[in-house]
Design a protein. Structure first.
Lengths: 403, 442
């Protein structure tokens, strides 16, 4: 009897021990598979332009999701395809009875795109063929982080620039800057003046620029910076609008096919619409491309380059519509609130990399049993980006415990 | 007692089995379970650094501390903080490309730990231009390409193009492969070569003639007047000339020789579709051509000597043969592998004109028990002879034509070789090897 009890006890203990080993092995295999899937999925998205290949520059929905620039090879992505991804980090914005996807990446600029023409998470994982098996989050982040800080008070204006890579500051990098000063004269439609120059970062990736005669407190301006070293290129910007300019012009993408942008009064954007005091904004819109020497090349807009926008005023236009070129670049809108005597400036990237925006598409990996990640270096509109993906299984892990 | 001992023995055996299994079942450390794909990260890093050729410049200027230092900073800045690297540049110096000489290297770690992977990337010197020199078709025995670019002839079924624009594209794509390429600018020049007269000292014999007018063929005024009662005699004459000069006649789209065109002589006539300067010959055109090619007497009989594929109001999908598919890579010309045909020729009919298929451009297919060819080069052999006496490239595709199909067909048929400049010659290329490792932990 004793021997039987000992035997049964031993068998039970060994079954437990063996099952633990088997369970660990199975978990290892599942996680290993997940790592391979993450790598494959990332390459699938980055190395094909999607179907149709021009989906990012049209209003049509893709039949297959891919972010590669159809005019290039390898890991060069289309700056426009990123604009069509529904941001998973920001909530949509209501305007004119419709919701717009908010991919805005910083103050002083914005990009609102039609939600109905955006590829959301559920559509993406269906197009990628992982519906019901894996969840993912894809993030495209500029490799270089260029931050600008105002270190002066009043005149002269002094701006400090820091250029950091993902693992190291970018020392001795060539920096080209463009200061766009809004002409705060009596002109109805304010223009701007460009002051350009070059500089180099120090060992800590820092540099500073001084602009004599420019009052950093009262002057409206934007500062565009491009940093370059050894094939690594990044972009940053800084916008200063004096605090009194509460009203602004908001650029909103209406159509990718026709490349039409609506310029709306800020009071009309958001839910519910504000109850505004009357304010008319006179705007002056220009489009600039980045040339090879990092200078800005303005492109003439053919219609509605200047005009007025109000909100909810009978007989007056709520918004203006203009068309931008088919190149990626930056739409610069300077505006004036005549009643308040205030000036402002707002930027909109046409092609998300034009202002080094980050794009995030997908679900939330938080709380998942195991998340596999992978990373690639990519180029978007000449700017160095890192594409990161996080992939997890959504099929459950019965009885498995994390390693 | 005995049973207890037996049980203890069993327990010992099972324990031994478990220990043995545990010993051999060694799971890798957690970092290897789903690691970052360092090989792809390495490759994409190299590609990114070379996006404006900075890496290529640095690889050839390793003694320039400024450029080399910039590369090191860029590399450090672009990689995640926990990734260490070792970048090495090799000179591909051997004449046979087999010897790699270490030129320079940089690293930010003493060792790359246990988890590392590597990618290689070949860069070319900016001082070197790589050339591809094609073999000339028919060198020493012809080598002339005539492209019919007649300003006094109209095209049909080249919708959206003009014959002149197609001619220019063909010139750009094919002229490097021929000893001499001549654009036939008008029907007078066409008349000259049809009568064996050289235009620029070129060899008329064994030439290739491409008709860019689609289903129409330019007709010199002399012949337009001479054959005004029956234009079918003109394709018949062309067949005779192709045989005489051993030409390869290329029809780029649709039904060959379906119309004749001369915008001066035929100015008052139209092709039944409202296009003036053109007259319809119909299916007689192809048959008359083949009669002339086969030295038969001219027989004006329009009834189905060559049958076009009449079921194809919407066309038929045809695909390139494997040989053509492979050669697209060789010549770097990539028309779509799937094309739409509506003027395929029946194989059986062609046999009565002593024609043999010299090259299948598209895979044959069968429709209603009839075998069709949507595109092929047909060689004419006189009865009892193995010599080729004239050829016809007929691409029975529907409009609008893609002249790249004509180009890849002719190149595949003549198969001129491409001589690439030597990539492994000393000083022209360097190999950059980037090894990445994960720092921290085991």
């Amino acid at each position: 009897m004793l021997s039987l009890i000992v035997f049964m006890a031993a068998i039970i203990i060994f079954i437990g021990l063996f099952s633990q080993s088997i369970q660990t092995s199975v978990a290892y295999e599942r996680h290993r598979t997940l790592g391979t899937e993450a790598s494959d999925l990332l390459d699938n998205v980055l190395l094909n332009p999607g179907i149709p290949s021009n989906w990012s520059t049209s209003d049509s929905s893709p039949a297959c999701l891919g972010l590669q620039d159809p005019e290039y090879m390898q890991y060069t992505l289309s700056p426009f395809s990123l604009m069509r991804l529904t941001s998973s980090t920001q909530t949509p914005v209501l305007w004119n009875g419709a919701y717009f996807n908010n991919n805005t990446g910083g103050s002083g600029s914005c990009v609102l795109t039609p939600l109905s023409k955006s590829v959301n998470y559920s559509t993406a994982y269906r197009l990628l063929g992982i519906n019901g098996t894996y969840g993912f989050q894809l993030t495209l982040t500029p490799t270089l982080t260029i931050s600008t800080t105002k270190v002066s008070s009043g005149s002269p204006l002094k701006l400090a620039v820091t250029v950091d890579g993902t693992g190291f500051p970018l020392a001795n990098a060539a920096v080209t800057y463009n200061l766009l000063l809004v002409n705060q004269s009596a002109s109805t439609y304010p223009s701007y003046t460009v002051i350009s120059g070059t500089n180099r970062t120090d060992l800590a990736g820092r540099t500073s620029v001084t602009f004599p005669g420019v009052d950093g407190e009262t002057q409206t301006y934007t500062f565009l910076i491009y940093a370059y070293l050894g094939g690594l290129k990044g972009m940053g910007y800084y916008v200063n609008v004096p605090s009194g300019s509460a009203k602004s012009v908001v650029p909103i993408v209406e159509s990718y096919t026709n490349r039409t942008i609506c310029l709306a009064h800020s009071d009309s954007v958001g839910a519910p619409p504000q109850n505004p005091q009357y304010s008319q904004l006179s705007y002056n819109a220009t489009f600039v491309l980045l040339s090879e020497d990092y200078s800005l090349r303005p492109i003439q807009l053919t219609e509605n380059a200047t005009g007025n926008v109000t909100y909810n005023q009978p007989g007056q236009s709520d918004f203006a519509s203009l068309a931008v070129p088919n190149n990626f670049g930056v739409l610069i809108v300077t505006y004036k609130n005549a009643a308040a005597g205030q000036y402002g400036i707002v930027l909109m990237p046409w092609g998300l990399s034009s202002l080094s925006y980050t794009a995030t598409l997908g679900g939330n990996p938080e709380g998942q049993e195991w998340v596999a990640t992978d990373i690639r270096q990519v180029t978007i509109g000449g700017i160095a980006y890192q594409a990161k993906i996080a992939v997890w299984s959504v099929q459950g892990v019965q009885g498995l415990t994390p390693l | 007692m005995m049973r207890t001992i037996e049980v203890l023995l069993v327990v010992i055996i099972i324990s031994t089995a478990f220990v043995a299994a545990s010993y051999f079942t060694v799971l890798p450390p957690p970092r290897q379970v789903s690691p970052i794909n360092l090989r792809r990260l390495s490759l994409t890093t190299l590609q990114m650094l070379d996006s404006d050729y900075d890496l290529s410049i640095a690889a050839f200027q390793t003694d320039n501390s400024s450029i080399w230092g910039s590369l090191q900073i860029a590399l450090s800045a672009s990689l995640p903080a926990n990734v260490v690297y070792n970048l090495t540049v090799y000179d591909i110096s051997g004449q046979d490309g087999g010897v790699y000489t270490n030129v320079a290297s940089m690293s930010n770690a003493e060792s790359l730990y246990t988890t590392s992977d590597v990618s290689t990337y070949t860069v070319a010197s900016s001082n070197v231009t790589f050339n591809v020199t094609p073999e000339k078709i028919g060198e020493g025995n012809g080598g002339t390409l005539y492209i019919l670019n007649c300003s006094d002839a109209s095209g049909w079924w080249i919708t959206g193009y003009t014959a002149q624009s197609l001619a220019q594209d063909l010139y750009n794509l094919l002229s490097p492969y021929f000893v001499k390429t001549i654009m036939i600018q008008n029907t007078n020049q066409l008349y000259q070569i049809l009568n064996g007269n050289s235009l620029q000292g070129e060899s008329v014999q064994n030439a290739v003639v491409i008709n860019t007018c689609g289903e129409a063929v330019p007709i010199p005024s002399t012949y337009a007047t001479q054959y005004s009662s029956d234009y079918g005699q003109y394709p018949y004459l062309l067949g005779q000339k192709v045989r005489t000069y051993n030409w390869t006649w290329a029809s780029i789209v649709g039904y060959p020789f379906y119309y004749v065109s001369n915008t001066v002589t035929l100015a008052s006539g139209q092709n039944n579709w409202g296009i003036y300067g053109m007259s319809q010959v119909g299916q007689l055109g192809s048959r008359a051509f083949l009669q002339g090619l086969n030295a038969q007497s001219y027989n004006k009989n329009d009834n189905g000597a060559i049958i076009d594929q009449t079921h194809s109001s919407t066309g038929y999908q045809v695909t390139f043969t494997q040989a053509i598919t492979d050669l697209r890579n060789y010549y770097g010309i990539y028309p779509s592998s799937s094309q739409t045909s509506s003027r395929a020729l029946s194989i059986s009919t062609l046999q009565s004109y002593n024609l043999q298929v010299g090259l299948y451009v598209f895979n044959p297919y069968t429709y209603n028990s009839v075998d069709y060819l949507a595109g092929a080069v047909y060689n004419h052999h006189a009865t009892g002879s193995t010599n080729i006496t004239g050829s016809l490239l007929a691409l029975g595709l529907t409009r609008t034509p893609d002249v790249r199909v004509t180009c890849i067909s002719l190149l595949s048929y003549f198969s001129p070789r491409l001589y690439h400049s030597e990539y492994t010659a000393s000083g022209t290329s360097r190999l950059v090897v980037l090894q990445l490792g994960l720092a921290g932990g085991s």
